[in-house]
Structure formats: C-alpha cells, structure tokens
Design a protein around this ligand. Structure first.
Ligand SMILES: Cc1cc2nc3c(=O)[nH]c(=O)nc-3n(C[C@H](O)[C@H](O)[C@H](O)COP(=O)(O)OP(=O)(O)OC[C@H]3O[C@@H](n4cnc5c(N)ncnc54)[C@H](O)[C@@H]3O)c2cc1C
Ligand code: FES
Length: 280
C-alpha cells in the first residue's frame, strides 16, 4: 500500500524553493524524498493538510497545476500559530503533507467554454491551479477565451506577479485585468474594488462559466454583479473555506447542513450553495 492510500498519514516533503509573494504570503515549492510529487496526484481545486510535527496542521489549497509534473506548490498566508512557523521555514526544511482532499473544479465541464476568473488577494491561489491547467500548451485548445479579473489592496498585495504580468498575458485568447483598491505612486494600472471592475468590464455570460474566490465581502458583491450581468447560478463556481480538522469527513468540523466541505467541497456551484443553510 502506498503512503497516500492511508488517508491520515502525513508524508514528509522537502521545501525546494520559497517565493515571497507579499509581506504576509509566501509560495512554498515542495518535493517528496527522492524527488517529485510521488503518488500525490491532485486535480485543480483540491487541497492538502500541511503539518509541522508538534505544532499542528492546516488545510491549504494546492496552487500548482497538475501539469507541473515534478513538484507541488502551496501559497500560505501568515495568520496564526502554524502558518507563522511555516513562514520561518527555509529551503531544505521538511513539512508534512497528507491528501489530496476535496473535490475539484469541473475542468471537463468547462471544455469548449469561455472562462472568467475573478479573484481577490491571496485567494487567487486555488484558482491558479486551474488557470495554469487551462493555459497549459497541451490543454489550451480545449477551452475558449480566458479572462482573469484580479485585485488586491495595493501593488505589494498582488500575488503571482510574474504570471500576471509576464506569462499569462502571452497566452492565446487570454486577457488579464488587474486592479488595486487605492491609487498609489508608480501604479498606472486600474484602481477599483474587484466587484466594481467587474461591473465596468461587463463580461458577457454567453457560453461562459465564472469562477470566483476571495474574501467574503468581495464574493458577496461579485455574486450580485454576476447576477446583474445575467450569469445563471449553475454557471457560477466558488470555493468555501471552513475551519477543518480531519479533512476526510470524520470529525464533523466543516459541515454545513448535509454537506461536509472537506468532502463535498471546497468547490461549489452557486445553485448548490443557495440550497445550504447560511452558515458559511
Ligand atoms: C479548503 C481550504 C483551503 C485553504 N487554502 C488555503 C491556502 O491556500 N492558503 C492559506 O494560507 N490558507 C488556506 N486556508 C486557510 C488555512 O487553513 C488557515 O488559515 C489555517 O488553518 C491557519 O492556521 P494557523 O494555525 O496558522 O492559524 P490559527 O492560529 O488556527 O488561526 C488564526 C486566525 O485565523 C482564523 N482561521 C483559521 N482558519 C480559518 C479558516 N479556515 N477560515 C477562516 N478563518 C480561519 C482563526 O479563527 C484565527 O483568527 C484554507 C482553508 C480551507 C478550509
Ligand atoms: S474536516 Fe472533519 S469532517 Fe470535514
């Protein structure tokens, strides 16, 4: 039996690179002993439990695309005990990983469709896995136009700058719209909150799915604006972040009504969310 067939056994991985995304967010590139991803085979949108022995563990989205064959990446915001300690780790240090967990973005259903990604702050991380999957040379022909609306409080708070400003704009039929909340010196790009920018851009819902991820207040207004633009609830997809403990549907920590976010989510269509009690 491989280690990943035991659903709660973490396996130690080595950090091979660390990218400072913002003042409180870093991307960790990891490989298992012997190199590569081993048999950790995730799909875009899935998560993993990351741990430090004696400290704790936390659910984190796999931000790398499955098309990145030799490593995994996790983008982690420093918010508390575990994430503070993870931020002190260096290249060569070890971290425990168990998973992959949860469902995934419906990337097969999206084939032949245009895709609108809308994200705020470090919540571009879960969408990035699907973005790089769709924009991969092998898959690009399977999808229509890709538009990415992304915003953060300031230029310093924008994550994945190299992909946003260099790699993704070079891809076929791909438009990137970046905005920051308030004007600042040196920035000649757009200034507006993400939901307002969406309203200004007025992307048509025709033959299109919208995927959104961000702070709750952003999601609330993005969903309202998508509705005004004519997007149907079964064409709007988002991810939920509940507190989690086991990650495998055993502890009941993440349940909303009849659903366990760790099993049935974190990816939900808006029409599914509307049937759940408003606890999230
Ligand atoms: C499906 C899923 C995907 C996630 N993906 C990522 C990711 O890609 N990158 C990332 O940095 N984080 C992600 N998170 C959040 C991450 O799991 C928490 O931030 C983490 O548990 C914090 O651990 P800590 O010990 O550092 O903080 P703690 O000391 O446990 O908490 C610090 C503060 O954050 C709050 N908090 C902790 N967890 C959550 C949560 N899930 N929702 C709301 N508030 C919370 C606490 O109430 C407290 O105020 C994800 C969570 C879920 C459920
Ligand atoms: S985290 Fe335990 S049931 Fe979901």
């Amino acid at each position: 039996m491989s280690d990943f067939q035991n659903p709660i056994l973490p396996r130690m991985a080595f950090i091979t690179n660390i990218i400072d995304e913002t003042s409180d967010t870093k991307t960790f590139k990891v490989e298992f002993e012997g190199g590569g991803k081993g048999d950790f085979l995730h799909e875009p949108g899935q998560c993993a439990m990351l741990s430090i022995p004696g400290v704790g563990e936390a659910m984190i989205s796999v931000t790398s695309s499955p098309t990145f064959k030799d490593f995994l990446e996790f983008t982690i915001k420093r918010v508390g005990r575990l994430t503070n300690i993870i931020h002190q780790l260096e290249v060569g240090d070890q971290i425990g990983i168990r998973g992959p967990y949860g469902n995934n973005f419906p990337y097969k259903l999206l084939e032949g469709k245009d895709i609108l990604f809308i994200a705020g702050g470090f919540a571009l991380a879960p969408l990035r896995s699907l973005i790089n999957y769709v924009l991969d040379d092998e898959h690009r022909k399977d999808y229509g136009k890709v538009d990415i609306i992304y915003g953060a409080r300031s230029v310093d708070d924008l994550c994945f700058k190299r992909e946003l400003f260099e790699n993704w704009p070079k891809k076929q039929d791909t438009q990137i719209y970046v905005t920051i909340d308030r004007a600042e010196e040196g920035w000649d790009g757009h200034v507006a909150f993400v939901p307002t920018y969406l309203e200004e851009l007025q992307p048509s819902p025709e033959n299109k799915y919208a995927l959104t991820c961000g702070p709750p207040i952003m999601i609330k207004f993005v969903l309202q604006n998508l509705q005004k633009l004519g997007y149907q609830d079964d064409h709007v997809i988002t991810t939920l972040e509940m507190r989690m403990k086991c990650g495998i549907g055993k502890c009941g920590r993440c349940n909303i009504g009849s659903k366990y976010v760790c099993l049935d989510g974190p990816v939900f269509f808006l029409d599914q969310l509307k049937q759940l009690p408003q606890e999230y």
